[in-house]
Design a binder for this molecule. Structure first.
Ligand code: SF4
Length: 295
């Protein structure tokens, strides 16, 4: 019997990533080369495609050689806007609207005297950008038990957009349980991304129905990694790949149903290529081909 391939009901590019790619490709096609301050999305396949449109990735202003720079979907802090303006560079701002909402909340809350606490990974560009909008009055915590100063008894809790709602809820309740005696006022802003949440839920559901999950996405993509973690937590064997040629024939031996999902920065082409590769490597299909060649 041939392997049945099932795809998650929500997978691949989210609207923020699609929008960012369209904006930067359109701007590069219309106006010429653009230097992107970091990867527009964390996916090497997309990075190569953008390069063919004249979009180069640079790690900072020192590497900029074009007259236009792009801010990625992950957003950036106020300093980046200031530097682009003072260098008279054209700015293509592809900050995802959901990230921009978190940035605005961070700025508004520090202006109202809150200590802003961001639940997330301090090294992630989105988190660094949101933190920068707190102008030194925010902090990033990866765990609710991490040490934190609460000088003015007013605390606002935000989340990295790609954290699951479940993880953020746990963070908030543990944080409050640990620190409520030092807090008079608390604001919780749910800055998790519904698109990411849909992908986690769809992956979780699909993981229950299959013998193997293949998760497609850049190895440096945080949400692809978390998607793979979600599938593993559901108890199914899970493999993460960036490209179709990483799918190994041995993974498919003895499988009846294989599930496929993809991170929010994975293009549709990559998903289609992985599905094609699974069909090609399907042991039943290969046996059929060998039989027909022998016949
Ligand atoms: S995952 Fe969500 S927050 Fe991140 S770019 Fe996509 S839509 Fe925006």
């Amino acid at each position: 019997m041939a392997i049945e391939i099932r795809t998650a009901s929500a997978l691949g590019f989210c609207f923020g990533v699609r929008r960012a790619i369209e904006m930067v490709e359109g701007a590069a096609d219309a106006k010429g080369p653009i230097d992107s301050l970091g990867s527009i999305v964390h996916n090497p396949v997309v990075a190569e495609r953008l390069q063919s449109h004249g979009v180069d990735i640079v790690s900072g202003f020192d590497g900029v050689s074009s007259s236009a720079v792009a801010i990625t979907a992950h957003g950036a802090g106020p300093e980046v806007y200031r530097r682009a303006a003072s260098a008279r560079l054209d700015l293509v701002d592809t900050t995802c609207p959901i990230v921009a909402r978190a940035q605005r909340a961070a700025r508004r809350l520090v202006n109202s005297g809150f200590k802003v606490i961001i639940y997330g990974d301090e090294h992630h560009p989105e988190v660094r950008g949101v933190l920068a909008w707190t102008r030194g009055r925010g902090v990033v915590l990866a765990d609710a038990a991490d040490p934190v100063e609460i000088p003015r008894r007013k605390v606002a809790l935000l989340s990295q957009t790609t954290k699951s709602q479940h993880a953020f809820t746990e963070f908030v309740s543990r944080f409050l349980a640990l620190h409520i005696d030092r807090i008079n006022e608390v604001r919780v802003i749910n800055t998790t991304c519904p698109e990411t949440e849909d992908r986690y839920a769809a992956a979780r559901e699909l993981a229950r129905e299959v013998d193997l999950m293949i998760v497609i996405g850049g190895r440096n993509s945080a949400n692809t990694g978390k998607l793979a973690g979600t599938c593993r937590a559901a108890g199914v064997e899970t493999r993460q790949v960036e490209r179709e040629d990483e799918v190994q024939p041995a993974w498919l031996e003895g499988r009846r149903v294989v599930g496929v999902t993809a991170g929010a920065s994975t293009p549709d082409d990559s998903v289609a290529a992985v599905i094609r590769r699974i069909r090609q490597l399907d042991p039943a299909a290969r046996r059929r081909e060998e039989t027909s060649r022998a016949g």
